[in-house]
Structures are given as structure tokens and as C-alpha cells.
Ligand binder design. Structure first.
Ligand code: 5GW
Ligand code: MN
Length: 347
């Protein structure tokens, strides 16, 4: 083919050639952004498809050319990212999920997600499980432990490979306060009975929630808690700790680091056993003394974390409530409360 013939052919196919060049350009741009100058996936433009999330969560990726940590340029300066006892606080932008996924995949970690669905709360399971399949620990081994008094009402949700649902039948309690507080006892009992053989980490959450963005191995640590979305900006005297010295959950004014949410904590199986067992014992001691902590299991969790500092803390990205709006520091809402009709669901 002579040069002239070639040019003529190209002219005829000008249109196709243009499309080809354009597509290559878009592809290149996307690739650049995946690699990014940012630690995680906050893409500045519309490459933000679901596809993008799958790509980011592909734990097999052996990427070594991610952007270098910059000693003089911290990724977040608008929020606290480290406690005084040097536990990281997990905000979007502070971690590189490629590195973490590789570390945890190398260890082949197994994660148990415990959730309670007692009485009418079984209605939350469908959305909870469906969204967990999209966003929770994608690419890792996951056991869903569903503790319920209505095993027949657990929905059938299609699961990805390496993930399974385990339904554990438990009794219900007449008082809702007991339904909530007995979670500590149940988790500690089942930990001894089976979790310890089946998983490495436990993640314990509320069921009236949906996942709406990535929640992955960045949360895992020996023992972790989550900043309560209503209190993360408040001073400690405004925390709703138990203030009566007669309760095991008592925390004096002038003490306390954060107010942790009862709806999201976890850690290694050993550490979660210690936490739940100790909280359960404290709850039983209170019961014998005819006192019940103000916010039930949450009050006891806060007392536990005062004396046994968490080794990681999750920002309110991991437990948000849309009725609180969306503050600027909140770049992602990963796990969000599902509004409930209190009269209908709690009677
Ligand atoms: C029922 C009435 C009042 C409060 C709680 C319940 C209840 C809670 C219930 O009937 N069944 C049940 O399974 N739970 C479990 O406790 C759910 O896992 C629920 O997510 C968790 C905490 O109760 P929530 O979610 O109603 O508490 P908030 O503080 O998130 O509103
Ligand atoms: Mn809840």
C-alpha cells in the first residue's frame, strides 16, 4: 500500500478513526483516575459507575504503582485521623484499599457479620443482605450470622462465591430493652460455640440498615468501635453515657474519649468474646441491682471502650442517619439507617 492509498483509506474511515481515538482517550483518563492521586475512589468525574467499584474491590489486583504517601501532605486535615493512643480513625481518603486488600487476602481472612432480627425486624433482612452483597467485604470470605426467632422469615438472597448465610435460632424477649441487651450474651455464647472455629474477625451490626458504599477490610483490627453520628462533634459532657454510679456502665463527667455507637463494633473473635462477655456480665450485675443503663447495651459498650481502648475507630461514614443531613466532612455514607415506622415495627 502506497502512502497516498493509505491516506485515502484513512480519509474514508475518518469517522471510525475519530471514534477509536476518542475511546482510547476516555479509557486512558479512566485508568489514570483509578490509579489516582487520591488514596481511594473519590473520582472527580463520571467514571463513577458501579463497574468502578467492582474494579476497586477486585482483591486479586497486584498493583504496586499506586501514588506515594506524601510525608508533608496529609490526605485529610479536616478531621481527626488518629487517637491519642495511636489508633487510626477511618475516614475516606486515609487508606489505600489495594494495599489493604492484598494484605488481608494474603492471610485469607474469614469475616463473620452478626445481625439480629427478632420479631418484626426480620423485614429489614432482605435489603440488608442484598446491599451487603454489593458493598461488604467484596472478594473476601464472609459468613452472615443471622440470629432470629423466626428462621422461616429469613429471605433467600443470592450470594457470591465464598459467602454464606447461617441462621441461628434464638429466643425472643418480651421487653425490647432485653432484645437489644441480650445481643451481647448471644454473641459471646455463639462465639465460644462456633464463631471461633469458623471466622477470624466478627463484625456486629444493627439490622435496620443498608450498605450504600464500600465497607471493607480497612475496618478490621483487634477491637474496633464506631463514632456515633449524633455525637462525633460534641464535647464529652454532652455524651449520653450512664451517669449513675450504681450502674456498671457509669462514666463520670470529665471522663470518656468518644461516644461510640451500639450498632457497629467488632474485632478478632477473641477480642469480641472478651467485649461481649464483659458487657453481658455488667448487664446482669445491673439487673441484680435493679438498675438498667440509660442506653442499654450501648452504655455498657461505651464503658468497655473507656477501659479497653479500641485499636481502630470507624468514622460516622460507617454508621450514618440521613435525618442528620450530609455534612461536608462526610464524603461517603457507607452504612445508613433505614427509616422505620416506629409504631408499626416496634409494637
Ligand atoms: C424493638 C423495639 C424497640 C427497640 C428495638 C427493637 C428490636 C431490635 C426488635 O424488636 N428486634 C430486633 O431484632 N432488634 C435488634 O436490635 C435489631 O438488630 C436492631 O437493629 C437492634 C437495635 O434496635 P434498633 O435498631 O431499633 O435501635 P436504634 O437505636 O438503631 O433505633
Ligand atoms: Mn438501629
Amino acid at each position: 500500500m502506497s502512502k497516498q492509498q493509505w491516506i485515502n483509506a484513512l480519509r474514508k474511515r475518518k469517522y471510525q478513526a475519530f471514534i477509536l481515538v476518542f475511546l482510547s482517550f476516555v479509557l486512558l483518563l479512566c485508568w489514570y483516575n483509578y490509579d489516582g492521586n487520591s488514596w481511594t475512589s473519590s473520582l472527580p468525574f463520571s467514571c463513577k459507575l458501579n463497574y468502578d467499584l467492582n474494579f476497586l474491590q477486585d482483591v486479586r489486583l497486584q498493583r504496586k504503582n499506586y501514588s506515594q504517601p506524601d510525608t508533608m501532605n496529609p490526605p485529610r486535615t479536616d478531621v481527626l485521623v488518629m487517637t491519642p493512643w495511636l489508633a487510626p480513625i477511618i475516614w475516606d481518603g486515609t487508606f489505600n484499599i489495594y494495599i489493604l486488600n492484598q494484605q488481608f487476602k494474603q492471610r485469607d481472612v474469614r469475616i463473620g457479620l452478626t445481625v439480629f432480627a427478632i420479631k418484626k425486624y426480620v423485614v429489614f433482612l432482605q435489603l440488608f443482605l442484598e446491599t451487603a452483597e454489593k458493598f461488604f467485604m467484596i472478594g473476601h470470605k464472609v459468613n452472615y450470622y443471622i440470629m432470629t426467632d423466626r428462621p422461616k422469615d429469613v429471605p433467600n438472597v443470592t450470594l457470591a462465591e465464598g459467602r454464606r448465610v447461617v441462621v441461628l435460632k434464638i429466643q425472643s424477649y418480651a421487653r425490647w430493652q432485653d432484645v437489644c441487651m441480650r445481643r451481647m450474651e448471644m454473641i459471646s455464647l455463639f462465639t465460644k460455640e462456633r464463631f471461633i472455629q469458623e471466622v477470624d474477625y466478627l463484625v456486629c451490626v444493627d439490622v435496620d440498615m443498608r450498605f450504600s458504599d464500600h465497607v471493607g477490610v480497612e475496618i478490621l483490627s483487634d477491637i474496633f468501635g464506631t463514632l456515633h453520628p449524633r455525637f462525633y462533634r460534641r464535647q464529652r459532657q454532652h455524651f449520653t453515657y450512664e451517669r449513675r454510679p450504681a450502674s456498671q456502665a457509669y462514666i463520670a463527667f470529665g471522663e470518656g474519649d468518644f461516644y461510640y455507637a451500639g450498632g457497629f463494633f467488632g474485632g478478632t473473635v477473641d477480642e469480641v468474646y472478651k467485649l461481649t462477655n464483659q458487657c453481658h456480665n455488667a448487664i446482669m450485675t445491673d439487673k441484680a441491682n435493679s438498675i438498667e443503663a440509660l442506653w442499654h447495651d450501648e452504655s455498657h459498650l461505651n464503658k468497655y471502650f473507656l477501659n479497653h481502648k479500641p485499636t481502630k475507630i470507624l468514622s460516622p461514614e460507617y454508621l450514618w442517619d440521613n435525618s442528620l443531613g450530609v455534612p461536608e466532612v462526610l464524603r461517603k455514607r457507607r452504612f445508613v439507617a433505614v427509616p422505620k415506622n416506629y409504631a408499626q415495627i416496634r409494637n
